[in-house]
Design a protein around this ligand. Structure first.
Ligand SMILES: [Zn+2]
Length: 143
């Protein structure tokens, strides 16, 4: 067996400790090329998530707002000569029943619709009462 000198490349007898051409010791040649340290494993930031890191998409079902409650509040504001107010009171009570069963949102809207509906209805009733009284008053004055 023979070895090649790392300094000059000459073939050297395996028995020789030093290169016959340049005189470099054999051990120096052998240790001249230490293995490169292994690169640390690079963490892949865009790789698939680890099983323990997966986001739990637990969708809490939103009960939503009861449609009758919305209709009640809208109609109470529209009023429409008392018709909307009456419907607002009816829808508001329907909304309260449905919300009590289903647990939907909108109980505040239903309450507001009923209250505003009663106020609107009261204003309309008072208005017609005044008109009727005025008609009777004017009719009476014709006597
Ligand atoms: Zn040599």
């Amino acid at each position: 067996m023979s070895w090649y000198c790392g300094a000059c490349g000459s073939e050297v007898s395996s028995d020789a400790k030093f290169c016959g051409s340049c005189g470099k010791p054999r051990v120096a040649q052998q240790g001249a090329t230490p293995p490169l340290p292994a690169a640390p494993p690079f963490p892949n930031p865009v790789g698939p998530p680890m099983p323990g890191q997966q986001i739990q998409y637990v969708h809490v079902a939103s009960p939503g707002t009861n449609g009758y409650a919305i209709a009640s509040l809208v109609l109470s504001l529209v009023s429409a000569c008392g018709i909307g107010s009456i419907l607002a009171i009816v829808f508001g009570n329907m909304a309260k029943k449905e919300i009590a069963i289903s647990g939907e949102g909108g109980s505040g809207l239903a309450k507001a619709g009923i209250i505003i509906g009663w106020i609107g209805l009261g204003i309309v009733v008072a208005y017609f009462a005044v008109v009727i009284i005025a008609i009777f008053a004017s009719a009476g004055s014709n006597y």
